[in-house]
Design a protein. Structure first.
Lengths: 262, 309, 275
């Protein structure tokens, strides 16, 4: 990690964890995320009685809360940057550390670490909370084998969700740095994440598929544990799309930050 | 009216902190009243309670004998300048004043009048995001004057003004008071108030420390002494000490005398035929008086820095 | 009573001045109309009459059940985002910039300010909504005809003079009013633009997103009580197997009820919070 000073990272982490109101917001979002997953698992039901008869992806259902969590992550990421820019704290930051790229990277690392950890914890929690609910809804042997957290497919889905959220955090950070205001950044990103799936419910495939293949939402494919031939994109490719968005936006953001007056 | 603003035993808590503790004072028309106190003393909180923006936990504040919220066109009764930077940066200065005027049914023409009053006519069409702090303060004053109110509440209006602007503001406020209006100016800086305010309300830690005229406050602080220079040092020291004064010598050939009024000192020295090269009486400044009053009420004291010499 | 109305009139004038004098209002309004028309046109260009099964012949029963009006108004799915932003900012920019103190010092009867904001934001949302839906309907019709949605294929021409079409177009505008007021209330409660926009968009879209994978009975309930899926039922002119199981006006009423509930909560907060 050449060019990244650990002192700068530590400074960014101090700034992040000392923002007021964060603890309450985090708890509320985790509750909503786990709650949505729990709801999906509790109300689902299946008539399948033999293995292979049902084609529901229980792991995906257990992680549905990410629909809410992803917006919270984006809003939070944009918020941390936009707040610093509008209050002028950024001037203190850039005076203390004139190497702006180092600051940007440090911010990204700090935020990524926080989101990765909390995303992982929330996903695991959602999965565990859902297991008994799913069994009660009929998703149990012999039709559906009991799925353990340690199975490779589940590990991929859970860590993949955390990596998806991390990519969104980086994307939000970049968008906030470029637009400098929270409202347009959050509006654009939230719209970009929410509209494609909702539109998919009534758009003809010709329009719906590209939307789910080329927008950041593609990363949710990583949650799939049941092979779905009609899906617009594969698990790893999908996650890759999200990360491409994040890294491309970051490159633009660093370019802009280095050149702009503060 | 005799009393323009009345704060009656107002108490306000924020969580565990007691921001205002049974605060009481009155503001009278025809005077510029300075509202002073250290940072965090509760000045802004008091003003917000007077304007109905915050609710007191106990007590009440009245404007012209009525609660602010019951006034029909409040801006015609009280003009307030709270925070000069509280404007939308993308909005033009004139539009900022227009919406305020509309809200109280104030004629559109007044907007042009107040802009002229504060000297901002040339930048009326400019977006406030491009304003300097001094221009923003003047825009805030213009807004406060829209309703031609008999009462003005100004929270730190001097912040960010250059010396020219401070002098202009001082004249502006004194003229308003001379018209019979009640003017309350809050500040934590004493120097500006010294030539502006007739009356002072001093608070500290949410409590009233003094409600007095400017002169009385200055008189209440004892003079820090008389310093004099004379070629007959030893003799004069002897003479004054025998007369009951405390004499110390300070830098160079200066003598500092306390315990006798300047007139008596001059009388004694001249009466015994000694020369006086210099006789200076140290009157306390508003700064001294204020610091002495509030020294126990400062929440965030800085450590004393001894000047070298 | 008359001076209450006079007072309200003044505050309305003030709120209108506030909104018309910032650039974000015009941008958001233009974006709402532009995005709605753009997506509507795209949808109309992409649909064709081949739905309804492999052996669907024009005029045969079961064919001809594309809802041409609904399709041309589908752009509101995206256009509403701009309306949400506009309405949220009408509330949050006051807190963000600090003018909320000026506003409530000028008008201490705070509920009048809330009522005036409702009036002005609602009116703007209605005008923008009507323009957007009328424009996207009119732009979409020739495209749909080109794609085979003609009388010969079992699709009579729709015009704004028909009752169902007029209801769908006007109802879409009213839906946007409900969305705008829901967003305004959320902005007044949360006081920060970012979190308010995020919360409203989640409330609008997530129920539709999860409804796709819910079992039918649960899906019906969710779609009938969620603000967007119920509210947009007003656009429906053809009953299909996948229609949301709530009537057009009832659905719009659901969206209105959400807005009313949030606004009531907002009024309570505005009245009782310190500024």
């Amino acid at each position: 990690m050449s060019g990244v000073d650990t002192a700068v990272v530590r400074a960014e982490w101090t700034k992040l964890r000392s923002l007021p109101g964060n603890a309450v917001a985090v708890v509320a979002v985790v509750a909503l995320t786990v709650g949505l997953s729990a709801f999906m698992c509790a109300v689902g039901h299946t008539d399948a009685t033999r293995p292979g008869q049902g084609d529901d992806d229980v792991v995906v259902n257990s992680l549905r809360g990410v629909y809410i969590g992803q917006i919270a992550v984006v809003a939070f990421a944009v918020g941390t940057v936009a707040a610093e820019l509008t209050t002028g704290v950024i001037r203190t930051t850039f005076t203390a550390v004139p190497g702006r790229r180092a600051v940007a990277v440090a911010k990204a690392i700090t935020l990524s670490g926080a989101v990765l950890a909390s995303g992982l914890a929330t996903s695991v929690l959602s999965f565990l909370v859902c297991q008994p609910l799913l069994h009660a809804s009929g998703f149990r042997p012999p039709a559906y084998p009991i799925v353990a957290l340690t199975e490779p497919a589940v590990v991929r889905a859970v860590t993949g969700t955390a990596l998806y959220l991390t990519a969104l955090a980086v994307l939000g950070l970049a968008a906030g740095a470029i637009a400098r205001h929270a409202a347009p950044s959050i509006t654009a990103l939230a719209g970009l994440l929410l509209a494609p799936v909702a539109l998919g419910s009534f758009l003809p495939n010709a329009l719906a598929d590209p939307l789910q293949r080329y927008t950041p939402i593609a990363g949710l494919a990583i949650q799939r544990t049941v092979h779905d031939a009609s899906a617009p994109i594969g698990p790893w490719s999908g996650l890759g799309v999200t990360w491409v968005w994040a890294l491309a936006a970051s490159a633009v953001a660093v370019w802009v930050i280095e050149r702009r007056d503060v | 009216m005799d009393v323009a603003i009345e704060v009656e035993r107002v108490t306000k808590r924020y969580g565990a902190t007691l921001a205002l503790d049974a605060l009481y004072f009155a503001v009278r028309p025809g005077l510029v009243t300075g509202f002073v106190g250290p940072n965090g003393a509760g000045k802004s909180t008091t003003i917000r309670i007077i304007l109905g923006l915050a609710a007191p936990d106990d007590g009440r504040a009245l404007v012209g004998g009525r609660a602010y919220a019951t006034l029909d066109s409040p801006l015609r009764h009280v003009g307030a300048l709270l925070d000069a930077t509280a404007t939308h940066p993308g909005r033009r200065a004139a539009d900022h004043l227009v919406w305020i005027a509309h809200s109280n049914g104030i004629a559109r023409r007044r907007v042009d009048d107040v802009l002229e009053l504060v000297g901002l006519t040339s930048v009326a069409r400019k977006r406030t995001g491009g304003f300097s702090l001094g221009m923003a303060q003047r825009l805030g004053l213009a807004a406060a004057m829209l309703g031609d109110p008999p009462v003005l509440l100004l929270d730190e209006p001097v912040n960010g003004l250059d010396p020219d602007g401070i002098r202009w503001l001082r004249g502006f406020l004194r003229a308003l008071a001379a018209e019979g209006r009640a003017v309350l100016v809050s500040s934590h800086l004493m120097s500006e108030l010294e030539d502006t305010a007739d009356h002072l309300i001093v608070i500290g830690r949410g409590r009233l420390l003094a409600d007095t005229s400017m002169r009385d406050l200055l008189m209440a602080v004892p003079a820090t002494g008389v310093s004099l220079r004379t070629p007959d040092r030893a003799a004069v020291m002897h003479l004054l000490a025998n007369a009951g004064a405390t004499v110390t010598s300070s830098r160079g050939d200066q003598l500092v005398v306390t315990g006798l009024v300047p007139g008596r000192i001059a009388e004694l020295v001249a009466g015994h035929g000694y020369h006086l090269d210099e006789l200076v009486s140290h009157r306390p400044s508003l700064e001294d008086a204020y610091l002495q009053l509030t020294r126990h009420a400062v929440d965030y004291p800085t450590s004393r820095i001894e000047a070298p010499g | 009573m008359s001076d209450v109305l006079a007072g309200l009139g003044r505050v309305l004038a003030a709120e209108w001045t506030k909104l018309r004098s910032v650039r974000s209002t015009a941008w958001a309004a233009a974006a709402a109309i532009g995005l709605t028309v753009l997506l509507g046109v795209l949808i109309c260009a992409a649909v064709d009459t081949s739905g309804g099964g492999a052996d669907c012949r024009p005029g045969a029963p079961g064919c001809g059940d594309e809802d041409v009006v609904l399709n041309s108004l589908g752009g509101v799915y995206i256009g509403q985002i701009a309306v949400v932003a506009l309405a949220v900012l009408a509330a949050t920019s006051e807190y963000d910039r600090g003018t909320v103190s000026t506003t409530f010092a000028a008008v201490p009867r705070r509920l009048r300010v809330v009522a005036a904001k409702i009036g002005v934001v609602g009116a703007i949302a209605f005008v923008v909504g009507l323009a957007a839906s009328a424009a996207s309907f009119l732009a979409g019709q020739p495209i749909l005809h080109g794609n085979g949605f003609t009388v010969a294929n079992g699709y009579p021409a729709a015009s704004l003079a028909d009752e169902p079409t007029a209801r769908a177009v006007a109802g879409t505008a009213l839906y946007l009013v409900a969305v705008a007021l829901l967003a305004l209330g959320t902005g007044l409660i949360l006081r920060r633009a970012g979190s308010a926009i995020a919360a409203v968009l989640v409330l609008l879209y997530v129920p539709t997103m999860v409804a796709l994978t819910l079992p039918a009975d649960v899906r019906d309930v969710v779609q009938s009580v969620a603000p967007m899926s119920a509210g947009l039922a007003v656009q429906r002119t053809v009953d299909r197997f996948d229609s949301v199981p709530v009537g057009p006006w009832a659905g719009l009423g659901v969206a209105g009820a959400w807005a009313a509930a949030v606004l009531l909560a907002a009024a309570w907060f505005v009245r009782n919070r310190d500024v």
